[in-house]
Write a protein that binds this ligand. Structure first.
Ligand SMILES: [Fe+2]
Length: 372
């Protein structure tokens, strides 16, 4: 774990998110700066069609997964902008900071920690997320980490959790939850979170692991009064269905080196909740069918229900025909005043054909365990 303090110009250390065949290295910053990452001799700039960005407080560069995995370290570089001018822009000297990077192990046990539904709690969820300490391979942040998106400041907790648990040295995966979609800044999430050309659903590849991040959108119909006419997830989900069909057809999941296929989604869509949450039954069944018939994942990991459980095929959450076990892995415990008193997340260890699912609290206690 990187114990050096982060650069004073950064709000947190970088977070390294897996998206498709790249890592999106993202850093929230405190001032305008030109920003790039160096891996070996190659420079990867945060740019807009060739113009290096500085009028932003969140930077992102994409580095090919294979390049960073092989290098095992990356250097973030920046120059504070004194005055950005049409001619002869003034900047300070370049500053750099180097971070080690540990990709998902190529052999042996893989350790994954999953957090969702913290709804703004950092204290307990960050402690729970340290279950594996520096031995973590992958951190999954699976939606509703914030309570709502009324202020871009709310987005910082994502990066704070990545910092506390990975130190910028291990890969992370981010998926949106329904609470992320509420508030005047929800439309700006694409600037602040990892995504694939603006889409919040995408595939990823991390060594022996391949997977898909899916996004169910809101949990009630678009016409629900709560949303005040601000959402159109019906069409969004139809587009996502076409994406899923294309993934199934293209067959990247058939690569011989893939040993474990994981679906990450905030809402466990194979389960039908009571009204008004019983939306999209046919569409979600079609997702389950595509996964079952073609992609054949090893596990779906979800949150949203504010509980922890493992539903095997035909189990308690199987309303639509599960393609695989569904793990619901997050639960904040609260007192009678609704204050968070602890957080339970999900530690997954993958060892060959065996997956251990452990629900653990902020004191690293294993509260229950199941082997798949
Ligand atoms: Fe949720």
């Amino acid at each position: 774990m990187n114990t050096e303090p982060k650069s004073e110009e950064f709000t947190t250390v970088p977070a390294v998110f897996a998206v498709e065949d790249s890592y999106q290295i993202m850093v929230p910053v405190k001032c305008g700066m030109l920003f790039w990452v160096e891996v070996g001799k190659e420079k990867y700039f945060d740019h807009s069609n060739g113009v290096i960005r500085s009028d932003t407080l969140i930077h992102r560069v994409s580095v090919p997964t294979k390049v960073l995995d092989a290098a095992g370290k990356y250097t973030v570089c920046f120059k504070k902008v004194i005055k950005r001018e049409p001619y002869y822009t003034e900047t300070e000297e370049t500053k750099t900071k180097t971070y080690n990077f540990y990709p998902v192990r190529t052999d042996g046990v893989i350790n994954i920690y999953h957090i969702a539904d913290t709804h703004g709690d950092f204290s307990f969820s960050s402690k729970a997320g340290k279950y594996f300490g520096g031995d973590i391979d992958l951190l999954i942040l699976n939606g509703d980490i914030i309570d709502h998106s009324s202020d871009v400041k709310n987005f910082e907790i994502i990066f704070k959790l990545c910092e506390a648990i990975t130190g910028g040295e291990h890969p992370c995966i981010f998926s949106r939850g329904n609470h992320d979609l509420r508030g005047s800044c929800a439309e700006k999430m694409v600037d602040y979170y990892p995504n694939s050309n603006g889409k919040s659903y995408y595939t990823f590849r991390l060594g022996r692991i391949w997977g898909i991040v899916l996004d169910c959108g809101e949990d009630k119909s678009d016409s629900n009064a709560e949303y005040g006419g601000t959402v159109c997830f019906s069409g969004f989900r139809k587009e996502e269905t076409e994406f899923l069909k294309k993934v199934a057809k293209d067959g990247e999941y058939l690569d011989k080196d893939i040993e474990y296929k994981l679906i990450i989604v905030h809402i466990p869509f194979t389960y039908t909740l009571d009204s008004p949450f019983n939306i999209e039954k046919e569409l979600f069944k079609s997702w389950a069918d595509i996964l079952k018939d073609k992609i054949k994942p090893d596990a779906i990991i979800a949150g949203h229900l504010h509980r922890t459980c493992v539903s095997k095929i035909g189990g308690e959450l199987d309303s639509k025909g599960q393609p695989c076990p569904v793990i619901v892995g997050s639960c904040a415990l609260r007192d009678q005043n609704n204050a968070v008193t602890d957080f339970i997340g999900c530690a997954l260890t993958i060892d060959g054909g065996k997956t251990d699912v452990m629900f653990t609290d902020s004191e690293r206690n294993v509260l229950s365990r199941e082997t798949l």
